[in-house]
Design a protein around this ligand. Sequence first.
Ligand SMILES: [Zn+2]
Length: 315
Amino acid sequence: MISKKLIFFILLFFVSVQAFALPKVITTTSDLGAIVGEIGGNNFSVTSICDGTRDPHFLEAKPSYILAVSKADLVIANGLGLEVGWLPKLLTAARNPKVTENSSGYLEVGSAVKVLEIPEGPINRSQGDVHPEGNPHVTLDPIRLGEIALVIAEKLGKIVPKSAESFKKNALAFQLKLQEKTKDWQKRIAASGVKSVITHHKTLTYFFDRFGITNAGMLEPFPGVPPTAKHILSVIQNASKNNVKMILIENYFDSKIAEKAASQIPNILVASVPVAVSSKNKTSFDLFEELVATIESYKKEEKKLKEEKKAKDQV
Ligand SMILES: [Zn+2]
């Protein structure tokens, strides 16, 4: 008689063989990886190259990424120039005809939604790393993220046609949940009283656009260019004029400069915020929830800030 142990090992063998056989999807960012997980269920093996705690503009084309792309069945990229510094190198080095640009195993999602900040007129190097196709950080708007999920579902359905309908259903449910949640997030942000914010880079443009917040300034003088003393001085002057309440620093940038600038601006709060799905914020809902909660926290901190200022003024 076959022992239970042997049956267990035979089963384990088949399960692992099946896991190996799953189509391999590589996403450039963790936000896109989270969507594939959300709508593709257990039908795919998903790897995200940028893990959500790093700046997606600047990554090295590491050998491990090249190996992963060389075995991929599908590569999903944000596009709009976000990965222009490293993805073309990665695709060339991986030599995988399935996933080269313009092949059916390559998908860019950014241009599927309405893009903001498309530059008018000629662009030159003195403006820093301006994205000629517009601001690429589209996944930070929950409504656009829902639209992107539908685009991804369609592509996943081409890879596993028998589950195409279920991917579409899952994407629609994901989109609906995001739309519902957005109403709640809009109310909470409106109640926070925060209408004007400074960031390090123009990462949160789409989030602010959705939630009625003005990005009153950036610590970097031009996209991808580190802050300078002269620029920070002008940011401080503008912040005082524009009633800026918070400096939100994308968590892969150092917040020391922001802390220093904030000490010159009355009643301003500095917070380091996540701007992508990560091991801490595993889903897009967790990510948006943390962003909203951070903005809401201003109200609680405001009293403390005012008291601190009063004490300082009395000295
Ligand atoms: Zn950017």
